[in-house]
Each structure stands twice: as structure tokens, then as C-alpha cells.
Unconditional design. Structure first.
Length: 417
């Protein structure tokens, strides 16, 4: 059987898990991206990691599989398990344990020649044992040095190797919180594996677990930003086979507090404009050259953010769009005014009288406010957008809603509701 729980290419399983978890499991005959056998293998992998969270529903069209994760009962993101299932060759795992057996906890120092002698002595006791050349061992040691697992010391012209100090973090509670709330929280999950399981203190009402699937992409972007480099993004198109590559300068990561979705804010040289990219649509990140203008571009984004409601800055350096609406609330609805104050972001709230408040904002893209404004519809007495097309669409949608619900009195004036 070719199926294995372990994976070599995370991007492939990332695509399947997004389809399975975010979009809902598809039946075998519905999934046409890959072969039926490939679907079966990936489904089994997901089941091996997330079997406790899977459910089945029998319909007239067949059995539907789905994931159901109750944040009241699940304290740790179960999708992190996918990151802990990386495949390896027999040689990789054999060399790993042999090297760490040689470089034991006594932190003794060994040259490469001494390590090779110890490897040969150990393997000579086995029939048909694997053999390793000095180049392979040196490369593996260099990999462990980059990961902070092995240290080196120069003795004359000879480089000596030893085990690095492996300190266990002292605050498990901080790691519990970090692993479930921070970008790249999977790092905290790996560290938590070194702790014995104890009492759980944190539970999350809004637990945005699908961020785990984008941790690898996010890490590469953070690394590029730290080095102030441009990157080439591989992004998924709206249609299959329409993927594209684009050079950008990554500036900041924005995370929605409403749905947990993550966005990369980046400068696009071809468009000479700052643009947003959804992380779950980024397929690959390839580091490019250092960008001399990185600091000034980030400062420009910080300036623009003062007039951004969300992640859209499509107005760029052009004129800002103004939004203004007035709400009326009763004596017992003071929470409406308090909500305006709490959620105003870059806008302003003015208290006109005991029962009336006015919200105003000047933003690059006023369409981003529409979903939020709709939550006040039953209390809005007047509204105005400087973007006339958006205002016509908003009032047209409201008029259509009146007709659907059989409300006779429609707004008589353009700005009155």
C-alpha cells in the first residue's frame, strides 16, 4: 500500500486540508483535482490526524464527511498535527539518532573524523548496515547547527562539534496562549510537546484554527521582512491552472479580528501601489534582493493605515471617500452609542443629543464599511457616501429588501432611511 501518514510536500496537504476543513469534505466522485486514489490517500492522512473531530452524515447522494471542532472542548489547535508528520528516509532517521547518541548530554567535543570513526564502529556490528560518507555527515551537522541543536568550537584548525544546551521553556502557560493566538503559533505547539500535559487554563470563544495551514508561508514572509527583502509570490488564481507569480515587497501582516483571516500588505512595483494578498491564496514565497526603500515603504503604509478601514487602500494617493450616517437610539439603548465608540476604528463619533449620534469617516475604500453599517440599519435615520455609485447600490439594496419583506413605505429622499 502506498499510503503513509507522513508527508513530504506540505503544500499538497495544505490544499487538501483547506478543501476538507474550510470548504467541507467532498465525496470521492466530486473531487476532480487529482485522481481518486490520491483523494483516498489524503483523506486517510487527515483521518489519522483528526479522527476524533470527524463526523459522518448519510444523505440520499451518499455519505458526507465533515470536521466538527468545538472550541469549548478543544484547547489546542488540532491542525498543528499536520506539521508534525514530515516524512524522512531510512538514512535520515538512522543518522539522526546515531549522531545524537554520539553527541550525548555530556556535551563532549568531537571532530568530524572522530564522529566518523564512532559511526563506523557502531555500524560494523550489523550485517548490510547503511553507510554514510563524511560529506553527508557534515551537511547533516550543518543543518543541526542552523536549527540550534548542535554547537561548534574551533581548536586550532579543527572544527569540533557538541550538543547545544537544550533548555525547556519555563512558562508553559505562556506557550499555551501563544500557540493558539499568535501568528506561527505552531512553534509554540512544538515547544509544548516537551512539557508533561497539565491543567488547561485557556479556552477560546473565537478560535481561528485554519491559520495553522498558512504557518510555513507566514514564516517565510516574516523572514523576508526581517531582512528587508523583496519576494516573488506564487498565488492561486480564481480558476484552476491560473496560478501566477508576482514580485512584491512584503511590509506587514494584517489579521482580521472578525474572522481571523490573515493578509499580507505588500508594495507591488509593477502597479506602484500597496496591495493586500490573502495568505491562504499564497502558494509559495521565494526571497529576492534586499529592498533599499523598505523603511520608506513601510512608513507610507503606516501613514495610509490612518485612513484604511480594513485592508484595502485602492484609493492610493487619490482623494479619500467620505462616509456619514446618523443613528437614533432610545434611552435604554446606550449600548448602541458605546458600540459606535468601540468599533469606530479610524472614524469619528459625535453625540448630537441624548438619542442621536453621528458617525463620519474618510477612508480609501468606503465599500469596506458597508457590512458593518448594515448592522445598524434599523436605527439609521440618514446616510451619505461621497462615492455616489456605492450610495446608489446601498440604497438600492435597501429598497429591494423593503419589497421582499412587503414594506410599503420606502425611503422618499436619497439620503433618508
Amino acid at each position: 500500500m502506498s499510503y503513509s501518514e507522513l508527508i513530504k510536500n506540505f503544500e499538497r496537504i495544505r490544499d487538501y486540508m483547506r478543501e476538507f476543513y474550510v470548504c467541507g469534505f467532498k465525496r470521492r466522485e466530486e473531487y476532480d483535482h487529482k485522481s481518486a486514489r490520491s483523494y483516498d490517500d489524503e483523506r486517510r492522512r487527515v483521518e489519522s490526524w483528526l479522527g476524533d473531530y470527524m463526523g459522518f452524515r448519510q444523505t440520499t447522494e451518499g455519505k458526507n464527511v465533515f470536521l466538527a471542532i468545538d472550541s469549548r472542548l478543544t484547547h489546542h489547535n488540532p491542525l498543528y498535527k499536520a506539521w508534525k508528520a514530515k516524512s524522512f528516509t531510512d538514512g535520515d532517521i538512522t543518522l539522526h539518532f546515531l549522531l545524537f547518541d554520539i553527541l550525548d548530554a555530556s556535551h563532549a567535543l568531537y571532530s568530524l573524523n572522530e564522529i566518523m570513526e564512532k559511526l563506523d564502529a557502531f555500524l560494523s556490528d550489523f550485517d548490510s548496515a547503511k553507510t554514510f560518507d563524511a560529506s553527508t555527515v557534515r551537511k547533516k551537522l550543518q543543518e543541526y547547527i542552523r536549527e540550534g541543536l548542535v554547537c561548534t568550537k574551533k581548536q586550532g584548525k579543527t572544527l569540533l562539534y557538541c550538543r547545544a544546551e537544550g533548555e525547556v521553556p519555563s512558562c508553559a502557560d505562556a506557550l499555551h496562549f501563544f500557540s493558539e493566538t499568535a501568528p506561527c503559533g505552531v512553534i509554540g505547539s512544538f515547544l509544548l510537546d516537551r512539557f508533561p500535559r497539565g491543567k488547561e487554563y485557556f479556552a477560546f470563544k473565537h478560535h481561528y484554527i485554519t491559520q495553522a495551514l498558512d504557518s510555513g508561508i507566514l514564516y517565510e514572509i516574516f523572514e523576508a521582512m526581517q531582512q528587508k527583502r523583496a519576494v516573488v509570490l506564487g498565488t492561486a488564481g480564481r480558476e484552476a491552472g491560473k496560478d501566477r507569480k508576482q514580485q512584491v515587497v512584503p511590509l506587514r501582516i494584517f489579521i482580521s479580528v472578525q474572522n481571523g483571516r490573515q493578509y499580507l500588505m505588500a508594495y507591488v512595483p509593477d502597479k506602484r501601489h500597496i496591495w493586500s494578498f490573502r495568505l491562504d491564496r499564497i502558494l509559495s514565497v521565494m526571497a529576492g534582493e534586499v529592498c533599499a526603500e523598505f523603511d520608506s515603504l513601510r512608513a507610507e503604509l503606516d501613514r495610509m493605515q490612518q485612513s484604511m478601514w480594513g485592508v484595502s487602500a485602492q484609493g492610493g494617493g487619490r482623494r479619500l471617500e467620505r462616509v456619514e450616517f446618523t443613528v437614533r437610539h432610545e434611552d435604554w439603548e446606550e449600548h448602541i452609542y458605546m458600540r459606535l465608540l468601540r468599533e469606530k476604528r479610524c472614524g469619528q463619533v459625535e453625540r448630537i443629543d441624548a438619542h442621536t449620534s453621528r458617525f463620519t469617516a474618510e477612508v480609501y475604500d468606503s465599500s469596506e464599511l458597508v457590512p458593518w453599517i448594515r448592522t445598524f440599519i434599523c436605527r439609521i435615520t440618514s446616510i451619505h457616501f461621497s462615492n455616489e455609485a456605492l450610495e446608489r447600490r446601498f440604497l438600492g439594496d435597501l429598497a429591494a429588501m423593503y419589497r421582499i419583506y412587503g414594506i410599503v413605505e420606502e425611503p422618499q429622499e436619497k439620503q433618508e432611511i
